[in-house]
Each structure stands twice: as structure tokens, then as C-alpha cells.
Design a binder for this molecule. Structure first.
Ligand SMILES: Nc1nc2c(ncn2[C@@H]2O[C@H](COP(=O)(O)OP(=O)(O)OP(=O)(O)O)[C@@H](O)[C@H]2O)c(=O)[nH]1
Ligand SMILES: [Mg+2]
Length: 205
């Protein structure tokens, strides 16, 4: 048995239009955040699967709602980033409408991971996304990514500021994909939302 309950994740499908979404059943956890914040990298780190979700230095890499199946009825969803000005307007408007509709209607959505660069947290789009989730009563977990780019004291400061601003409405943690910082903490939250919980300890150990 793998000790990481997300390690079985495999690419399922990508949706550019609402009718391409998988059936609205089971449980899914979505990764949202500004373009280039590190959503796809976080997803890969949680699954311990390099190259599962495509990452890129160029913002705007993820251009569809990309579904990964951890097991039947348990999905992770990598969302296109918001706030990237160089994506053509018609595409930005398309994603905005699609993602808003998705958030409003998707019953399978059991939790939202909001990914923010720890150096620039809580930009207007992040706040909108969080407010929307709070209004819907959706469980929210914030990853402050690229913590490896901050000094120890700046990390602590960023964490304290975001926690204070969110007033306990979302859990918040520091994260770094290359340093593997906070990976287990985030994985436990996501696995819990998918109903997978902690993996059973290996037999005999
Ligand atoms: N130093 C550092 N770089 C990171 C971290 N996470 C992601 N990156 C880098 O940031 C860039 C963007 O990462 P992605 O995971 O593709 O970002 P994304 O949020 O999925 O971006 P879009 O799909 O464009 O919305 C890549 O060059 C990653 O290698 C991190 O924790 N630390
Ligand atoms: Mg991406």
C-alpha cells in the first residue's frame, strides 16, 4: 500500500467547456490561484508525481480545467490561473465565466486549495475567490508557495499576516515545492476532503 493516498493520481481529462466536465458526482478538490503562483507544482508535490500536471515558467500554462483521478470518485482539479494579463481577453472572459459557473454549481467540489505566492499574497482576485468560497461555505486551505524565496522571518511574517486577514475562515500554511516544505500538511488536508484520510499503516509496521 502506498503511504501517500494521492500517489495513485492519473490524468483523467481536460475540460474547456462545461459539458466536458466529468459527471458531477463523487468528491473533488480544486487548486485555484493567480497565474504562475505554483498550483500545478503543488499538485505534483502532493501526489509525488513529477510532470503529472504541467508546470511552466511562463504564466498561463494551465488553460483548461484539468482533472486527475486519485481513485474512482476522487478527483483533483488543476484550474487555469487568474489575473494573467497577456492571455487574450476573449480567453480570460471564457475562463472567468466557466470557473464562476463551476464554483457556483459544482456539487462534487468538497474543498478549495487557494495557492498564493508567499511574496505577494491576497491580491484582489485571491480575495474574490476566497470570499466566494466563504459565501458558499466551501472548506478552504491556503498555500503560501515559494516560501524558499523568503527568509525565515519573512516566512513567519507572511504566514501571520495572511492568517490574521482570514480570521480563521481558512487554514493557512507555508509551502515550497522544491524544498518539500509543508507537503505532508497540505496532503493530509486534501486527502481528508477526498474522504481518503491518512493511509493505513503498512502491515507489520
Ligand atoms: N522557487 C519555487 N518555485 C516554484 C514553486 N512552485 C512553483 N514554482 C515555479 O513557479 C513557476 C510556475 O509554477 P506552476 O506550478 O506552473 O504555476 P501555476 O500556478 O500552475 O501557473 P498557471 O498554470 O500558469 O496558472 C514554475 O517555474 C515553477 O517551477 C516553489 O514552491 N518554489
Ligand atoms: Mg498550472
Amino acid at each position: 500500500m502506498p503511504t501517500n493516498p494521492l500517489q495513485t493520481a492519473e490524468y483523467l481529462k481536460a475540460a474547456h467547456l462545461p459539458h466536458q466536465l466529468p459527471d458531477d458526482s463523487g468528491l473533488e478538490v480544486a487548486f485555484a490561484g493567480r497565474s504562475n503562483a505554483g498550483k500545478s507544482s503543488a499538485l505534483n508535490a502532493l501526489c509525488q508525481r513529477h510532470g503529472l500536471a504541467r508546470t511552466s515558467k511562463t504564466p498561463g500554462r494551465t488553460q483548461q480545467l484539468v482533472y486527475f483521478q486519485v481513485r474512482p470518485g476522487a478527483h483533483l482539479v488543476d484550474l487555469p490561473g487568474y489575473g494573467y494579463a497577456e492571455v487574450p481577453l476573449h480567453l480570460r472572459e471564457h475562463w472567468k465565466a466557466f470557473i464562476e459557473g463551476y464554483f457556483q454549481t459544482r456539487q462534487a467540489l468538497s474543498g478549495l486549495v487557494v495557492v498564493m505566492d508567499s511574496r505577494h499574497p491576497l491580491k484582489p482576485f485571491d480575495r474574490q475567490m476566497l470570499d466566494f468560497a466563504f459565501r458558499r461555505g466551501l472548506a478552504c486551505h491556503v498555500l503560501l508557495t515559494k516560501a524558499d524565496k523568503l527568509t525565515r522571518s519573512a516566512r513567519a511574517q507572511a504566514l501571520a499576516e495572511v492568517r490574521k486577514a482570514l480570521e480563521g475562515r481558512a487554514s493557512v500554511q507555508l509551502f515550497s515545492a522544491p524544498e518539500q516544505l509543508g507537503v505532508e500538511e497540505a496532503r493530509a488536508v486534501v486527502a481528508g476532503w477526498l474522504g481518503l484520510g491518512a493511509a493505513a499503516p503498512a502491515k507489520g509496521g
